[in-house]
Design a protein around this ligand. Sequence first.
Ligand SMILES: Cc1cc2nc3c(=O)[nH]c(=O)nc-3n(C[C@H](O)[C@H](O)[C@H](O)COP(=O)(O)OP(=O)(O)OC[C@H]3O[C@@H](n4cnc5c(N)ncnc54)[C@H](O)[C@@H]3O)c2cc1C
Length: 362
Amino acid sequence: MTGQHRIVVLGAGYAGLAAARRLARTARDARITVVDAHTSFVERVRLHQQASGQRIPTWDLREALEGKHIDFVNARATDIDTAGKRVVLDAAPALEYDSLIYALGSIADVESVPGVAEHAYSVATLEDVNALPTPDGPVAVVGPGATGIELAAELAESHPGTRVLLLGSDEPGAWLSARAQAHIRRTLERLGVEIRSGAKVIEVSPEGPRLADGSLVESAMTVWTTGFRVPDLAARSGLAVDPDGRVLTDATLRSVSHPDIYAAGDAAVVAGPGGRDLRMACATALPTGKHAADAVVARMRGREPEEFRFRYVLQCLSLGRRDGVVQAVQADDAPARMVLTGRTAAWVKERIVRSAAWSARP
Ligand SMILES: Cc1cc2nc3c(=O)[nH]c(=O)nc-3n(C[C@H](O)[C@H](O)[C@H](O)COP(=O)(O)OP(=O)(O)OC[C@H]3O[C@@H](n4cnc5c(N)ncnc54)[C@H](O)[C@@H]3O)c2cc1C
């Protein structure tokens, strides 16, 4: 290779921007280009707030990156020509790279259960949320995971009088400590959310979700929050991926099949504490983005990068705007003893969400 090293970052979410921000400091001799299909950075972790009618902060990517030694290209990546080391874009000329950081995030998985794609809404992207109508009848939120809990609480708080049901096989927050689970249940019930645990949804019809026991939960709007999948670009472009299409990486976050490509955030499989893959989270997207950038720069300078090391610290859930749960966790994400609840937890969660956006902004 001759001339400037060209680093292309695909995706301007938490992982891609964390990578770009790092590169802007550590690779000033390189040409850094960030590509995103959107013109604005969206705080994805607040999409449940937007879904319940609040306006969430967004910022213009071109403005934020201007003067920061980062070029921004607003286009959708449609193919990675790994042999020619080029990214093909829908609305701009193809971009050549010497190193590529793949950080395209995730989207809602609406294919695994019949009827979801046709009759349910989701909150995984800004487009999903913007398609949500204002509720004019019962809302069924399917999935008692973090997104489902946060959405149900937010909807119930901001639409008093609207019947909100939270459905799923498990108890809301089943992966947290008993104390955290009890607080989540109490708060959801105080907000008026009807919790239906042990309710496995096998289909979504125009009338609402149908359960494994054959019963129908009538709803004016069904929101599917269980399951995320990743864009198929990596798989289509021939990168080694797991069965879900996420890029397989080594300990330095480099693709195991393509040495010029690194992956970070939701779109990557990254080994975490205890050998378990990191979960999809803003909390993992930021450090993996930074580490991928460091690995690119190390190799660019002829050094062997350090291995990625990570430990979980907290899990935070908002329960409306005035309540929440902050669960301390062990290195491997298993719940520890400390749990904060109520307004203090809501305050901590809000601070963490703000600082996540702040750490992504170059
Ligand atoms: C409602 C909700 C609440 C959440 N709450 C939390 C929370 O409290 N804590 C937490 O840790 N995590 C939370 N998450 C998860 C968190 O948002 C994700 O794990 C995180 O956004 C992943 O970051 P990322 O950079 O990998 O991907 P993303 O943030 O999804 O960014 C991917 C970027 O790639 C772009 N892109 C995608 N495809 C293309 C393409 N082909 N061409 C060009 N650009 C493309 C997208 O426009 C996007 O900007 C929440 C998620 C949701 C939906």
